[in-house]
Design a protein. Sequence first.
Length: 122
Amino acid sequence: MMCHLIVSGFVQGVGYRQFVKKTALSFGLTGWVKNLDQGRVEALFYGPKEAIEKAINACRKGPFLADVKDIKIEWARPQASEAQADDGQGEAARERSDGGQEEKENASLPAGRDFKSFEILV
């Protein structure tokens, strides 16, 4: 599976990207994380859905100084050339940290490449 996150709140300047990388690697995920404008952070996880869900739960808390207000989540199956670990679910949904969920039929996730690890992008 592939999962795209946009995290908002106080998540820049507090070690949030390094926290996401460490968390992703601890669950065997690959992908990337980077800062966005307006103090947000974007991440893309590749791996088994169960591992991604555990990583998302950790991202909701973040490191000690972070204050996560919202996480927008978009699920999709990776393209054949991007597949790292696909559980065959094939679902696409957008979920907010408050538990609400809006189904998305066509998940247009950022283009990626084959990741062998988890990278912090600049």
